[in-house]
Design a protein around this ligand. Structure first.
Ligand code: HEC
Length: 154
């Protein structure tokens, strides 16, 4: 676990430092990350409706597919979609706050826990235990909220 954390943090740091982000326009970075989060949110919504609110009948396959999709987003190396020029003091149509780039240690910590908690949700969803899925869903949700509270503008 420890090793993975250090590795992921290092990968994110290098992704942020690398000119890879410059190959994509700022507009494309913004659109791509917004779509990725929307896609994650759509899948979180399915899990919430079935495992937490229980307003839709629990379907193990749908839940496993949703958890796979969230884990894929979380582990996709989104760091390359964040260039300094894509923050809301320099770019339009984005809610990314510029302090993101002053607090990269915190960003890394949150990104790593987003990836780890999502991967855990993926494992739990595969076993189909609804109560356990609901508990782990909450943990993933905390990582979303933590990042938004710190780095997403109102
Ligand atoms: C590492 C930080 C981080 C994590 C983790 C994160 N988000 Fe976000 N999210 C952001 C930022 C920053 C924006 C604003 C992006 C922009 O406007 O360029 C955003 C935007 C969004 C949006 C709006 C997208 C749009 O169309 O403008 C949704 C919905 C969203 N996030 C949902 C989620 C959900 C659900 C999760 C967890 C499963 C999550 N986010 C995890 C940072 C994060």
């Amino acid at each position: 676990m420890k090793k993975t954390t250090v590795l992921s943090a290092a990968l994110l740091a290098s992704a942020l430092a690398m000119p890879a982000a410059a190959q994509m326009s700022v507009e494309d970075q913004i659109e791509t990350r917004q779509s990725a989060y929307q896609f994650a949110a759509w899948n979180m919504g399915k899990i919430k409706a079935q495992a937490v609110d229980e307003e839709v009948e629990y379907d193990e396959k749908q839940i496993a597919a949703a958890a796979n999709a969230i884990a894929a987003v979380a582990n996709s190396g989104m760091g390359t979609l964040y260039s300094r020029d894509s923050a809301n003091d320099r770019a339009d149509d984005t809610r990314l706050k510029p302090n993101f780039f002053d607090e990269l240690d915190k960003v890394q910590e949150i990104a790593v826990s987003f990836a780890q908690e999502s991967s855990k949700l993926q494992e739990i969803a595969a076993s189909g235990d609804k109560a356990a899925v609901a508990r782990q869903f909450a943990k993933v949700g905390e990582t979303c909220k933590n990042c938004h509270d710190n780095f997403r503008a109102e």
